[in-house]
Design a protein around this ligand. Sequence first.
Ligand SMILES: C[S@@+](CC[C@H](N)C(=O)[O-])C[C@H]1O[C@@H](n2cnc3c(N)ncnc32)[C@H](O)[C@@H]1O
Length: 333
Amino acid sequence: MVTVNRQKSEVSSAPAKYHEPVQGTVFHGDGREEALLKHLQSLPDLSPESTAKLPLQERSQRVLNAIHEFGKGENRYLMSVGDTKGRQVESLVREKKPKLILELGTYVGYSGISFARHLLEIHPNSTYPGSWTEDITEDRAGYISLEKSEVYATTARGGFELAGVDKVIKVLVGSSTPNIKTLREKLNMPRPLKFDMVFLDHLKPLYTIDIKVLEEEGLVGPGTTLVADNVVKPGNPAYLSWVRATPAQKRQSLAAPRLTAQPPVTPNPAVEDWETAFCHGPIDETRWAPDEAEGFTAEGDPNLIYTSEMLDGWDPYTGEKDACEVSVCTGRD
Ligand SMILES: C[S@@+](CC[C@H](N)C(=O)[O-])C[C@H]1O[C@@H](n2cnc3c(N)ncnc32)[C@H](O)[C@@H]1O
């Protein structure tokens, strides 16, 4: 039996609504990301002269606030994790004290700034990505973020610099699945080094295959915490079924034929059905690899055991309910 927990948000009421729901409308890639960087660089409050002497939390918070304010403008909705979900993940980072964090989907860097700033405070004496060597015993900490768009990566890097977190973050530009396959080599991360935390926030149908590739590559495993955004809006039943299934259920799902076309999207089930809903149907959908996986397929490591719970929150601009799924890998069956 899968145990499904839900945790209420620390913030008890929905944030103000600045935009209508954006699904089906143009909500990124129309120049707003470049405009955001120019805007941030023009703000006197964020200039190096104004922020150089500020404590890191205050300096980085100024940048987060400025990004959020920008996103309230007309046609400026930003698909960031936002404040309510973001703060819960920040608490998790402070509690778990990860050294190596992987993010899938940088966008303009809101989540990167929110989470990576804690690495600098928790591990002040570690070596950060720009200076990693081949020495496997090196005490490394860092936030590796994969982003498909060069334009978004440029905006994010600009924000990281203003926030004072650039030295702890490395942004790799490219499509997630092939890049995860070669990540060990690229980052010079010999086995058994793995990520302590992974934040999944890129293309929703890629969550499942990418987590399976990470499992196969040994880049996640016992001790890793997975945090997946947007599991309510728009929802991701196939991914939830994988992290909530038992090893036996996952092994059984591997007997199902691999799907060659996108399965009909299963809506999230009613809350009262969640204890059993993810053990049927969607688990077989995890055998589909979307075109964006660029020909890669993966079976994952079905023997990994996760304890999974949902953290409730809201979209920062539309006020719609959303949540992050937090799955802690507790061992191997
Ligand atoms: C929801 S946004 C990320 C938001 C960001 N994590 C934050 O909270 O500030 C999703 C991002 O994933 C990127 N993306 C989409 N498909 C991708 C892929 N296959 N590989 C890497 N990044 C991808 C998009 O370009 C976009 O910037």
